[in-house]
Design a binder for this molecule. Structure first.
Ligand SMILES: Nc1ncnc2c1ncn2[C@@H]1O[C@H](COP(=O)(O)OP(=O)(O)OP(=O)(O)O)[C@@H](O)[C@H]1O
Ligand SMILES: [Mg+2]
Length: 263
């Protein structure tokens, strides 16, 4: 079986990097790709008490896109990301992720859906301190029902891809900030999510580590056609995205689905 990945920028089909390992008979779970449109949100409203934070946001995000979400502090960026990530519910409006209408899912289905379809990366890595890098990465795979051998194989492959193999048995406290964030990204990737939602992922990193992390997002998109929605105050990261969505007064500027769609 041949595995290929689409390089978004030039729309060429190129061999998957680990194809050689495939041909040696190694199973490579990273190769299976999702072909669908990823996020469609319509008319999202959200208030906290009297504070109307989101006032009717609509957007559409395609597979393989990197979209940044920017805006002043308090504009509602994290609120929107939490709603897109099914961590919070809108007061009004609909969210469709990878073809599933979120409002139709029960709590149990929603948590399974979230674990398998959405990867989260936050400003602070939120790794569990008592577990090693390898163990932290495996957790979403265990929750998804993978056995230990399967989860370890996936995590080991990701650690290798992220140049972290030598740090796999270290606990988070023994990792640098950049390494901790890469482990958090590996944890977000292990179930091959439809989208990675990142909230100020380089907000706690020095400038060199930030540049490396931003380059990693680009590489993951090129290699795996990974979709990202990234909330950021970092101008460089926002500029690297395919599109920048700016939240102002509870709306995305020109916030119709058509205007915010990739194509
Ligand atoms: N659970 C909550 N209860 C009450 N108010 C909230 C809650 N969550 C967010 N808010 C308020 O909603 C507004 C938007 O918050 P949000 O965290 O989305 O902003 P943000 O754009 O992510 O800001 P920042 O750039 O500072 O992270 C803020 O005024 C915040 O205080
Ligand atoms: Mg925020």
């Amino acid at each position: 079986m041949e595995f290929h990945v689409r390089i978004q920028a030039c729309r060429q089909t190129v061999p998957f990097p680990s194809e050689a390992r495939q041909q040696q008979g190694k199973k490579d779970y990273l190769c299976s790709l999702n072909e669908k449109t990823v996020i469609r949100a319509e008319n999202i409203h959200k208030s906290f008490g009297n504070l109307e934070v989101l006032k009717g946001i609509s957007l559409e995000i395609s597979k393989g896109e990197i979209v940044s979400v920017v805006g002043a502090s308090g504009a509602g960026k994290s609120t929107l990301l939490h709603i897109l990530g099914t961590l919070d519910k809108p007061d009004l409006g609909t969210v469709n992720i990878d073809g599933s209408e979120i409002s139709g899912l029960s709590e149990k289905s929603l948590s399974d859906f979230r674990n398998s379809k959405i990867g989260f990366v936050f400003q602070f890595h939120h790794l569990l301190p008592e577990f090693t890098a390898l163990e932290n990465i495996c957790i979403p795979a265990y929750i998804a029902g993978n056995g230990k051998a399967e989860a370890h194989q996936k995590a080991t492959e990701l650690l290798d891809y992220l140049n972290l193999s030598e740090r796999m048995h270290h606990k988070p406290s023994a990792l640098s900030g950049g390494e901790q964030q890469r482990v958090a990204i590996a944890r977000a990737l292990i179930n091959r999510p439809a989208v990675i939602l990142a909230d100020e992922p380089s907000g706690n990193l020095d400038s060199n580590s930030s540049v490396e992390l931003h380059a990693l997002f680009m590489k993951l998109r090129e290699t795996f056609d990974q979709t990202f929605v990234i909330v950021t105050h970092n101008k460089d990261l926002a500029a690297m995205a395919d599109r920048e969505l700016r939240i102002t007064d509870g709306l995305i500027k020109g916030g119709s689905v058509a205007e915010n769609s990739a194509i």
